[in-house]
Design a protein around this ligand. Structure first.
Ligand code: ADP
Ligand code: MG
Length: 582
């Protein structure tokens, strides 16, 4: 049985398996490689996931959730369709769709997965990802860092000479920069730095903000729907600039008017200045931590959908003095790497044993005081940021008071000097025999495995008492019953996920274009929508006719998008619509 490799992205998710000696991307039920990581549960309890839900971001924003990966491992919840969801639950719905679509495509059940996460994900976020998989009926064979996966894919495609690479993964919501050394059959990540609040979304937002300023629209007067339309417009124009020198943006205004803006590459570069500054910092940190100099970097590899940003290659070239390496398919490279990793996990004979070493992306430690009077515990480092995994370090900690009965070992993550400024992941409390200060001690061991799970052992040698903590966020660790209950809840809302998904997508797309349009065009779209809705409700139609109708509707929508892309918005559509070859 195949292990499913999954790139669970902030914006888009993909699946890939190891087949016939190579990674093979798996298409979803709509025949697409990318499944948007978007979930919509509407007022009537109907659930959609993926491309359909992405359209509903605009037409039903209150009940649609996206970018929830940014909130993995936190307590944020999302309200949709009158109930609340945690980020792992929403991710589970995406994973479930990927799993089901893959089962359909592969013709076999899928229960095992390898899932990638940003290198910068902390323990809570990794645990939340595993929980999401569990809720989607998948056992996580391995969590792999996205840049490691990208390096693996690069390596398989581009030969095996020794090289020092920078993997620059710029997605919808995250930036991950990794320094990767490849030699013989070893792929070693020697440093990573990232910003999990920096992605293509921020470019869209910068464009949208400028649009509002330029048109003198106070942004807070826009409805949720208008904001969503604006962001979608911004994104469309940003992507258009990948091949065109300018792109037109518009937003329906009051009384049938439109706000407009022409976006050029120069303007885009200006709007991205802050974003590029932030990128520069992340790059500098990764290079500094790797101990290499810029001139020692052989290639910069651009990964992720946002690496198609028209102005990015020039920016990278200006920093490194040479252009980045162009890979055919920056959006799928992580998924292909995860597919290779799945192949390694399956121990497929065709695949050469690659030794992959990851690093721990953050410092782990515990809090200590200098003496009894010290009010401000500071961080005692156990595992240094960018240590190669797996890693295990031990240290001794002594009592500071006479007759002290307990020693508390805090488990902290972060780079700050004072303990209170770091993220507390947990603690271990152990009883020790009362004796003068400094007599009793505990041996504390931090072990961080390749899946990014932290184990902390604390042992008092005089009593041989031993305690172990696995660091997972308690709220992410469900009991059997809780898990069963969650699974049932999700099953109940899941309902008929896949039924006529293509029809749903066509209707949702038409509704979205309606929301984005004004005047005469709106009327035409509304006519088209009524017509097509009528077709889908006609129970007498057989599969062949349904298929023809879908193709027809798709062609109409493409025409509409095209009209708008050419910058002609208030256009009278041809009368020939209805008699267009059906
Ligand atoms: P993630 O890894 O966060 O799921 P992806 O790697 O799929 O994201 O990238 C999604 C991002 O890529 C989106 O912000 C999207 O706007 C952006 N993107 C896709 N195509 C282009 C393009 N041609 N030009 C600029 N940005 C693009
Ligand atoms: Mg990605």
């Amino acid at each position: 049985m195949a292990i499913l490799g999954i790139d669970l992205g902030t914006t888009n998710s993909l699946a890939c398996v190891w087949r016939d000696g190579k990674p093979e991307l798996v298409k979803n039920s709509l025949g697409e490689l990318l499944t948007p990581s978007v979930v919509c549960l509407d007022e009537n309890g109907s659930l959609t996931v993926g491309a359909v839900a992405r359209e509903q971001l605009i037409t039903n924003p209150e009940n649609t959730a996206s970018s929830f990966k940014r909130w993995m491992g936190t307590h944020k919840t999302f309200a949709l369709g009158g109930r609340t969801f945690t980020p792992p639950e929403l991710s589970a719905l995406v994973l479930e769709k990927l799993r089901r679509d893959a089962e359909e495509a592969l013709g076999e059940p899928v229960t095992e997965a390898v899932i990638s996460v940003p290198a910068y994900f902390n323990d809570n976020q990794r645990s939340a990802t595993k929980l999401a998989a569990q809720l989607a009926g998948l056992h996580t064979e391995r969590i792999i860092n996205e840049p490691s996966a990208a390096a693996l894919a690069y390596r398989l495609a581009h030969g095996e000479e020794d090289a020092c690479l920078i993997v620059f993964d710029f997605g919808g919501g995250t930036l991950d920069v990794s320094v990767v050394e490849c030699f013989e059959n070893v792929i070693e990540i020697t440093a990573i730095a990232g910003d999990n609040r920096l992605g293509g979304n921020d470019v869209d937002e910068a464009i949208a903000r400028y649009f509002c300023a330029y048109n003198q629209i106070p942004q807070n007067v826009l409805s949720l729907e208008q904001q969503a339309v604006l962001l979608r417009q911004a994104e469309r124009c940003k992507c258009t600039l990948a091949w065109s020198s300018m792109a037109a943006m518009f937003l329906p205004g009051p009384d049938g008017s439109s706000y407009t803006l022409t976006l050029t590459r120069e303007l885009l570069a200006k709007l991205c200045e802050d974003i590029f500054d932030r990128m520069k910092k992340v790059l500098a940190r990764a290079i500094r931590d790797s101990g290499r100099s810029i001139s020692e970097i052989d290639h910069v590899i651009l990964v992720g959908g946002s690496s198609k940003l028209a102005i990015l290659p020039d920016f990278i070239a200006s920093l490194f003095g040479k252009p980045p390496l162009k890979l055919d398919d920056p959006d799928t490279i992580v998924a292909r790497g995860v597919g290779i990793c799945a192949g390694i996990k399956e121990r497929s004979g065709e695949i050469k044993d690659v030794v992959m070493t990851d690093v721990c992306p953050f410092t782990l430690g515990t809090s200590v005081v200098n003496d009894d009077k010290d009010q401000n515990p500071h961080m005692s480092v156990m595992i240094e940021r960018n240590s190669v995994l797996p890693v295990s370090r031990s240290d001794r900690f002594y009592t500071t008071r006479d007759n002290q009965e307990k020693i508390r070992v805090d488990i902290l993550q972060g780079e700050e000097y004072y303990a209170r400024d770091n993220l507390k992941l947990g603690e271990v409390l152990i009883t020790v025999p009362p004796e003068p200060a400094g007599k009793q001690w505990v041996k504390t061991t931090f072990t961080y495995d390749i899946n990014g799970v932290l184990q902390v052992d604390v042992e008092n040698p005089s009593t041989s008492r031993k305690k172990t903590a696995y660091v997972v966020n308690p709220s992410l660790h469900l009991s059997e019953e809780e898990l069963e209950q969650k699974l049932q809840e999700l099953a109940a809302i899941r309902g008929q996920l896949d039924q006529s998904e293509e029809e749903q997508l066509l209707l949702a797309t038409a509704e979205r274009i309606f929301a984005e349009s004004t005047g005469q065009l709106r009327k035409e779209i509304s006519r088209l929508l009524d017509l097509y809705r009528g077709m889908t409700e006609d129970k007498s139609a057989g599969p062949a006719r349904r298929h023809r109708e879908r193709a027809w509707m798709k062609a109409q929508l493409e025409k509409l998008e095209k009209y708008r892309e050419d910058g002609v918005f208030d256009l009278d559509l041809p009368d020939s619509w209805e008699d267009d070859s059906r």
